[in-house]
Design a protein around this ligand. Structure first.
Ligand code: IPE
Ligand code: IPE
Ligand code: MG
Length: 246
């Protein structure tokens, strides 16, 4: 175990580590702009940052991460940027897949398949199949993902299954979301200081703690994740109830 790893674990001693964390990886563009670099460089750096955060998550005992990689709304960005983000995903899958597999990462895709280029979709599905039995860290990649689209798709699936209105409850909805295999995230992290969900896990995050940091995604890293988990431990989760004074 590295020195850093040992000291981080000491900081987490006795702390609750969330099982599932959702991350809105935001601020790549501003990170680049501050350095006089093109936005594309920010995205590239953001992809590198993700590797560190995944490693840290597994090290800290987080079992599942859901990362917002590309939203249904991100198609409205300039074509050059969209193209770059798509290439980055291809490159990332091609270059890192073997390592992820060796590290015990199970990749899953959440998002709409329609609208994703068939070749790219096939590559994503290959990666999902290859890593399906890994269990050190589940990485849900929210790609072509929108929380509202997800709810619409769930309702369509429920209608197609022929369920009657009386049979539908909250669990039915959860079971038809892209995340049907995952417990709701206990913690949602957003980098770059924006106070909104931007259509991310809007059903699943209903009782999640939300942690927002000004740090841009490329700078978040292992330390950022540790701080987020420590902040989570300061929160009191009441679920609409009241705290009983002892
Ligand atoms: C997040 O960084 C990455 C994606 C949306 C893919 P941004 O590109 O949104 O960076 P800012 O918000 O413009 O700084
Ligand atoms: C959310 O970030 C989407 C991803 C991180 C993939 P955006 O930068 O697209 O969100 P807005 O536009 O600030 O709401
Ligand atoms: Mg942004």
């Amino acid at each position: 175990m590295s020195e850093q790893s040992a000291s981080d674990r000491a900081a987490l001693d006795g702390m609750k580590v969330p099982y599932h964390i959702g991350i809105i990886m935001d601020g790549n563009g501003r990170w680049a702009k501050e350095r006089g670099l093109p936005r594309a460089m920010g995205h590239r750096e953001g992809a590198e940052a993700l590797k560190q955060v995944m490693e840290a998550a597994a090290d800290f005992g987080v079992k599942e991460l859901t990362i917002y990689a590309f939203s249904t709304e991100n198609w409205s960005r300039p074509p050059q940027e969209v193209k770059h983000l798509m290439m980055l995903l291809d490159y990332f899958l091609e270059r890192e897949l073997r390592r992820f597999d060796e590290q015990g990462v199970q990749l899953r895709h959440i998002g709409r398949r329609e609208g994703v280029e068939p070749k790219r979709l096939a590559r994503i599905q290959e990666a999902v199949a290859l890593t399906a039995n890994n269990d050190r860290l589940i990485l849900n990649v929210a790609f072509n993902y929108g929380g509202r689209a997800e709810i619409v798709d769930a309702i369509r699936a429920i209608c197609k299954a022929g369920l009657s209105p009386d049979e539908i409850d909250e669990e039915t909805i959860s079971e038809h979301l892209y995340t049907y295999r995952s417990p709701d995230p206990e913690l949602i992290v957003r980098t770059s200081g924006e106070f909104r969900l931007s259509n991310f896990l809007i059903w699943q995050a209903s009782y999640a703690e939300v942690y927002i940091t000004d740090v841009y995604w490329p700078d978040f890293g292992r330390e950022g994740l540790l701080k987020a988990i420590l902040a989570y431990n300061e929160r009191e989760r009441r679920y609409g109830g009241v705290t009983v004074e002892s």
